[in-house]
Design a protein around this ligand. Structure first.
Ligand SMILES: O=C(O)[C@H]1NCC[C@@H]1O
Length: 244
């Protein structure tokens, strides 16, 4: 799944007639998107039969897999990381622990550090998904500003995934996983909204955990993500903000 992809596909599906416009008086069209990780339901605001305004989506059940895991990262020594799932598995670590400021460091340095963490976790930790062996792999590392405690201010992160690619958004599956982690740590309550900013582009997602679910073999939390279409437009057309 891809957060900004879901938002864009939702609008596309409505605007190009793949789903019917909602009946008069209903503001949102529902677009079901079947992702490898499960069903993601996008809700697209509609005016005059066209998409307009915010798009939100219900993400897949998410959960914290491991917290305070000590990993030996080449070039950085022992680093404490968390691992969580939100449609894909990510390692989470405050960039500060790697000697970097996620908001001002060069993207190249953030990518190198995140890639080193991903390699170390893959080598030293066995990822398990309760329902699907296909989903049981680490997709990347998300470096954060460490501001996990609830605040009205956005918390900034950068997602380095697959073959050292940088996500242009705060990452749909990554934000979902991060919310599950914050909930698991008691830093976020159900229905408490948090904003997440991409340090690569400045784009923002807001999200919240909406219910505790038992659809996975161990306790997980469903996460509802919200994002503004104006933000979407901005980051779809923006390049990475900083030089490598
Ligand atoms: O938003 C997401 O979840 C995706 N973007 C890049 C990495 C993930 O697949």
């Amino acid at each position: 799944m891809c957060g900004h992809g879901v938002l864009a596909l939702g609008r596309f599906a409505l605007d190009f007639g793949l789903v019917p416009a909602p009946p008069a008086g209903v503001r949102e069209a529902r677009v079901n998107i079947h992702c490898p990780c499960g069903l993601v339901a996008a809700f697209v605001q509609c005016e005059g039969g066209r998409s307009r305004g915010p798009v939100r989506f219900h993400s897949v059940p998410a959960f914290a897999l491991a917290t305070d895991l000590l990993v030996d990262v080449p070039g950085h020594g022992k680093v404490v990381v968390d691992i969580a799932y939100g449609g894909a598995f990510y390692a989470f670590v405050s960039a500060e622990k790697l000697g970097l400021d996620v908001c001002s460091a060069k993207t190249r340095d953030l990518v190198d550090a995140a890639t080193a963490v991903t390699g170390a976790v893959k080598a030293q930790f066995n990822i398990h998904h309760p329902e699907s062996a296909d989903l049981a792999f680490l997709y990347g590392t998300i470096l954060t500003d460490g501001r996990d405690a609830h605040s009205e201010e956005p918390t900034t992160n950068i997602c380095v995934f697959a073959d050292a690619q940088v996500d242009r958004s705060p990452t749909g599956s990554g934000v979902t996983a991060r919310i599950a982690l914050q909930y698991h740590k008691g830093l976020l309550e159900l229905n408490q909204t948090r904003a997440f900013k991409s340090s690569a582009t400045g784009s923002v997602f807001t999200g919240k955990a909406v219910r505790v679910s038992d659809t996975l073999s161990f306790s997980s939390v469903n996460v509802l993500l919200l994002s503004l279409s104006s933000v979407l437009g901005k980051f779809l057309h923006s390049a990475l903000r900083r030089d490598f």
